[in-house]
Design a protein around this ligand. Sequence first.
Ligand code: FMN
Length: 201
Amino acid sequence: MKRIVVIWTLVVSMMAAFSGCVNNASSFDEVVAARRSVRSYDSTKKISEDQVRTLIATVQEAPSWANVQATRFYAVMSDAKLKEAKAAMLNNQNTVADAPVLIVTTYRQGESGFFSGEAANEVGNGWGAFDAGLSNAFLVLKAKEMGFDTVIMGLRDANALRNALSIPSEEVIMSVVALGYGNQEPRRPERKALNEVLHIK
Ligand SMILES: Cc1cc2nc3c(=O)[nH]c(=O)nc-3n(C[C@H](O)[C@H](O)[C@H](O)COP(=O)(O)O)c2cc1C
């Protein structure tokens, strides 16, 4: 009996250790390593509105200047609006051709980086762009964790998107993020040497 208890305890502790490994394996670093910019999507695999809501609810946890949350997201999912938005994607039209969702990220001017209507420092509305970028970082990583692929795109016709999606003039249009299931395995573009980008003083 004693022997059975010892073996049982051993098995349970091994399982606990193993499950710790599994958790670590799906850790932040693993999601970061798995994410790549994907430029071809499977047209047969759709994404639901609920999945987009789950995604953006996590993105809302991104930090922002004084928590003003000036970033806005336009999730383009209907056939009619996708057609219009895709036509506004300039050189990226082939990339987005089969993407089931495009997410246009904007920010409201005069909020991030501002106190009582005055720019808090020389960066001004640059902080709005900063916050929008932070939110996109959360977006692409959470999307990967949910099993989706993405690419952030800066090449787009902002005026055409503004008209197609009725985006208010006080919002600056930043990126468009394609969201879907990729059908390619992109290579990892090389990163610069750490000591070229990191200066420890
Ligand atoms: C602000 C920004 C704009 C980008 N614009 C485009 C774009 O217009 N078209 C495109 O194919 N990729 C675009 N990319 C994706 C980058 O090319 C890509 O992130 C980079 O090559 C590193 O590759 P990785 O994302 O696979 O690590 C953009 C990325 C960022 C952050």
